[in-house]
Design a protein around this ligand. Structure first.
Ligand SMILES: Cc1cc2nc3c(=O)[nH]c(=O)nc-3n(C[C@H](O)[C@H](O)[C@H](O)COP(=O)(O)OP(=O)(O)OC[C@H]3O[C@@H](n4cnc5c(N)ncnc54)[C@H](O)[C@@H]3O)c2cc1C
Length: 461
């Protein structure tokens, strides 16, 4: 095995998840995080479908997530008087498990800290690659040598900027800005949320920490704004200007905002890159393929990406050229599918001047249509490998077999196309084997569903 020493930038979801799998495969991960300590609490993220749940199960942390899940049920759209107008089912917003991002980061950190070196309060400032490795300099610490560097430092990734170029080349603004902060649950919401929508704006309040507190959420449509990401005072002023007199609880929440213990503000964006690796540096999670906060898929995508990248590195015995190429091959279409969904939800949630559908059924139909339109993407023909999703199966040689359509709930699990061994046998035998497997395993990552060891060393589970 080569390239054992791996530096990961970012300790949120993708970074610690990658550290977990790299260690399991025999690598030595170091994680550097800009924040002075693990960032707790924050907004809720969710996991959807069997692919996400299987990775969590294999990491042995699914039960930990279950313990701290938010338990949020359906959400209601309300009118300016706070009267519910339409109900949105829980699975559209909370997925299979919803958890606060900070709680997730804590669980991942606890699962890795015994065997991973964590450096908090520092950031990479330069990367100098040569034939044997990468010399990394830091804002505070002394320069160090690593075999590989993986950027898991989010939408505004420093690693991406240093290795690939300026952010503007890769981040696509979806025309929406978002602010979130913790506040009192003054409406007494019980594991639910209320959302109020006007043209180009959405304000929501949902209960958190089992109703002990609430999260206020503001979305508004606007072109890319020139606001310093660290200038909280300016961001709050902008939000106040935008939502003053907007109706429902807007003014009350804007007042509460001044006393919030946390405040998050950013444009809603996606990352689009032609390649996720350059030499010994690769990207993962939001840094590489952020689907946007509105897609509801970012955390699961980051988690699966970590699993695939570590698995490919192990399978290639540390050869980064082989592993990075395979990682991209496995992940790209899944990532693109998640991004299409982010696009659709952005238009649905803050639809400019378009009128809000009135009835609950109409809104739910809009949401489901938005998902159905963008999911699932078609599988590309891949002559070298067998790949399959719940709707298409690529046979060796590129022949495609249609499977029966999965239920909408299962579509997300079906997005990643499988890395599986070529099947040697007659066409009829191959079809039978594929059908049997797809019936037995709703998860369409065969190597996940089948519990097979990833690498020849069998270090997978
Ligand atoms: C408001 C909001 C709501 C969301 N809702 C959902 C949802 O419902 N469902 C869902 O699945 N996803 C949701 N997401 C997306 C989800 O949070 C991300 O997709 C997921 O966290 C990606 O994980 P990541 O580790 O790649 O990046 P991030 O979680 O962004 O983490 C990046 C880490 O890198 C650190 N970092 C940044 N710069 C540096 C540096 N220079 N050096 C070192 N460290 C650095 C950061 O401090 C952070 O810890 C939401 C996101 C937001 C913003």
């Amino acid at each position: 095995m080569t390239n054992l020493k791996v530096l990961i930038s970012g300790a949120s979801v993708a970074g610690p998840a990658l550290a977990y799998w790299l260690h399991r495969h025999g690598f030595q991960p170091t994680v550097v995080e800009r924040a002075p300590a693990l960032r707790d609490g924050g907004y809720a993220v969710d996991f959807r479908g069997e692919a996400h749940l299987t990775v969590l199960r294999r990491m042995g942390i699914l039960a930990d997530l279950e313990r701290v899940r938010t338990g949020t049920g359906s959400m209601s759209y309300v009118n300016s008087a706070g009267k519910p107008q339409a109900e949105l089912p829980a699975d559209l917003f909370a997925g299979d498990i919803e958890i606060l991002r900070g709680d997730l980061a804590r669980i991942l950190y606890d699962a890795t800290r015994q065997h991973t070196e964590y450096v908090f309060g520092d950031s990479i400032t330069s990367l100098t690659e040569d034939a044997d490795g990468v010399t990394v300099s830091f804002e505070h610490g002394a320069p160090r040598r690593f075999d590989l560097v993986i950027g898991a430092d989010g939408l505004h990734s420093t690693t991406r900027r240093l290795a690939f170029g300026p952010e503007e080349e890769f981040v696509k603004h979806l025309g929406v800005h978002c602010a979130i902060f913790t506040t009192a649950n003054h409406l007494g919401l019980d594991h639910t949320g209320h959302a109020y929508r006007t043209a180009g704006k959405l304000v929501a309040l949902h209960s958190a920490r089992h109703n002990a507190e609430a999260r206020a959420v503001f979305y508004f449509a606007a072109p890319q704004l020139d606001v310093d990401r660290r200038d909280v005072a300016r961001q709050q002023a902008l939000l106040a200007e935008t939502f003053a007199g907007n109706g429902w609880e807007s003014d009350r929440l804007l007042q509460d905002m001044r006393y919030a213990p946390d405040f998050y503000f950013d444009s809603v964006g996606q990352v689009h890159m032609d390649t996720w690796s350059r030499g010994r540096v690769a990207l993962i999670g939001d840094a590489a393929y952020c689907p946007s906060s509105l897609s509801g898929m970012g955390s699961g995508l980051a988690l699966v990406g970590a699993y695939v990248l570590a698995g490919e590195l192990a399978a290639a015995r540390g050869d980064h050229r082989v592993a990075f190429a395979r990682y991209e091959e496995e992940m790209r279409e899944y990532a693109v599918g998640c991004q299409k969904m982010g696009d659709g939800v952005a238009k649905l949630m803050v639809p400019g001047n378009r009128a809000l559908p009135r009835s609950s059924t109409a809104i739910t139909r809009s949401c489901r249509t938005c998902r159905a339109r963008t999911w699932p993407p078609r599988a590309p023909a891949r002559p070298r490998r067998t790949s399959r999703s719940a709707t298409t199966v690529n046979m060796p040689g590129g022949k495609r077999t249609e499977e029966s359509s999965p239920r909408p709930r299962d579509l997300d699990a079906a997005m990643v196309h499988a890395r599986s061994e070529p099947f040697h046998g007659s066409t009829a035998q191959r079809k039978l084997a594929v059908k049997r497997k797809s019936r037995d395993h709703r998860c369409c990552l065969p190597w996940l569903a089948e519990g097979r060891a990833w690498s020849s060393s069998g270090c997978f589970l």
